[in-house]
Design a protein around this ligand. Structure first.
Ligand code: FES
Ligand code: FE
Length: 451
């Protein structure tokens, strides 16, 4: 009576049609739901794989995952980006067990079939004697679609999905703020990775602007001074220096949420970059409206459906006793589902390529100390997400609904921002849960499609 189908029917009727804001608890820990997510969401949408700047030269590659499927994301000798399924066509062996590298060819360790960096099968031992009838042109590595925007590389398993540009739709306007205006963004070292027993959607919905948890879960960060008090801003009394956007793709579906806090002062801010680093932001690279937002932004947090999130926030330190400069932290991450209630987090620290070496180093230190695998902010959130996932594991859990109802009745009273040039629905407050509901609307639409 309470299987996955029943849960999804409940969501379609109650959450989508009646807009009651209720999410069944069981969606956070269910084998059935997990399997459906892999097929209905992760096999059909554009999923973030990495950055072009991670693989600048021909032959450069990184191995990345969508769910449990491994892909070699590689720049071929022809300069083209590809995402090759990391499995030999002969008996299926995973070809590449490195995380990254540069290769002109991959030779399978089992029987020696060899592929070039465009995925073509170029060598088969005993070809003439044994594999006379094998047409090597038909047995190159399988590939998925790959495309990039503002240096961000995405993959899509669905041949019929819309192009990346259409998928991103209005969200491009906001990606430009973070990935175009500061010039090319580069990672400081390889991404950090950790696996923990929490559901991927808890991370995604939290970064779709859960402003309310900050005052409770992250209280210590502020009281000890890891983040600037006024700027991290937990007080519900915060003036209307806040905007949140619910942004749609070209297909009309919500594709992402971004919360941007604006400086109440008229002075420039540029996401809390120290003044000497403002030169990274190039005025001509974005529109006037985008530039104005950036000039006053002190914090941005987003989730792009399904599982790419980011947080840039002003005025942080790795230690309240540190003499070193306060800088923003820069965490960009993927919540990759690897099992029911189990997520592998990939966390990149990205900085503008032309910022100073000291700034890059400092941002990396501060980001690791706050949002790294053992960062103090990460250690606030993660045990809580594990507790939700743990509570969702059982059978009685199937009867429970959770109440994502913040701002539900008063949504109209929240108003829309005046003089906001960006696309999407902009609210002058982050104290609601409409932004998370945007994520769940897309999730529910995808999960109930063709049911
Ligand atoms: Fe790769 Fe046989 S499995 S060559
Ligand atoms: Fe948090």
């Amino acid at each position: 009576r309470y299987g996955a189908r029943q849960i999804l029917t409940r969501m379609r009727k109650k959450f989508l049609e009646e807009e009651n804001g209720e999410i069944p608890l069981k969606v956070f820990n269910s084998e059935e739901i997990y399997e459906m997510e892999l097929r209905k969401i992760f096999s059909k949408n554009w999923v973030f794989l990495g950055l072009e700047s991670e693989i600048p030269e021909p032959g450069d590659y990184v191995v990345r995952y969508i769910g449990n499927d491994p892909f070699i994301v590689i720049r071929g000798s022809d300069g083209k980006l590809r995402a090759l399924f990391n499995s030999c066509r002969h008996r299926g062996t995973m070809l590449c067990i490195n995380d990254r590298g540069n290769a002109s060819t991959f030779m399978c360790p089992y029987h020696g079939w060899t592929y070039n960096n465009k995925g073509e099968l170029v060598g088969v031992p005993f070809k003439e004697k044994v594999f006379e009838r094998l047409d090597v042109r038909e047995w190159g590595l399988l590939q998925i679609r790959v495309d990039s925007y503002d240096g961000l590389v995405f993959g899509n398993m669905d041949e019929n999905a819309p192009d990346l540009q259409d998928y991103l739709g209005d969200f491009k306007w906001y990606l430009d703020l973070l990935f175009r205006a500061p010039g090319q963004m580069e990672p400081v070292g390889p991404p950090q990775r950790w696996t923990a027993d929490f559901d991927w959607k808890l991370g995604a919905e939290n970064f779709a602007e859960d402003r309310l948890h900050i005052a409770v879960v992250h209280r210590t960060l502020q009281s000890y001074g890891f983040v600037g008090k006024s700027r991290f801003g937990s007080g519900i009394e915060t003036p209307d220096d806040v905007t949140v956007n619910y942004v749609r793709g070209k297909d009309g579906l919500p594709v992402g949420c971004i919360g941007i806090r604006r400086s109440e002062r008229e002075t420039s801010s540029f996401l809390g970059y120290p003044r000497e680093e403002w030169k990274s932001f190039k005025e001509g690279s974005v529109s006037r409206g985008q530039w104005e937002v950036l000039r006053r932004a002190i914090n941005a947090v987003f989730t792009l459906f399904p599982n790419f999130s980011g947080l840039v926030s002003a005025d942080s330190t790795d230690s309240p006793f540190s003499e070193k400069p306060r800088v923003p932290f820069h965490t960009f991450r993927v919540w990759n589902p690897v099992g029911p209630g189990v997520t592998e987090v990939w966390m990149w620290t990205l900085v503008p390529s032309d910022s100073s070496p000291e700034f890059k180093k400092r941002v990396a230190e501060v980001t690791r100390a706050t949002f790294g695998a053992a960062g103090n902010a990460e250690m606030d959130d993660l045990p809580i997400w594990r507790r939700v996932t743990r509570a969702a594991k059982g059978v009685f859990a199937e009867r429970a609904n959770t109440a994502l109802k913040g701002g539900l009745r008063g949504v109209k009273d929240l108003g829309t921002c005046q003089e906001w040039e960006g696309p999407g629905l902009c609210r002058p407050t982050q104290f609601q849960e409409e932004s998370q509901r945007t994520f769940w609307t897309r999730w529910a639409l995808e999960m109930t499609k063709d049911e």
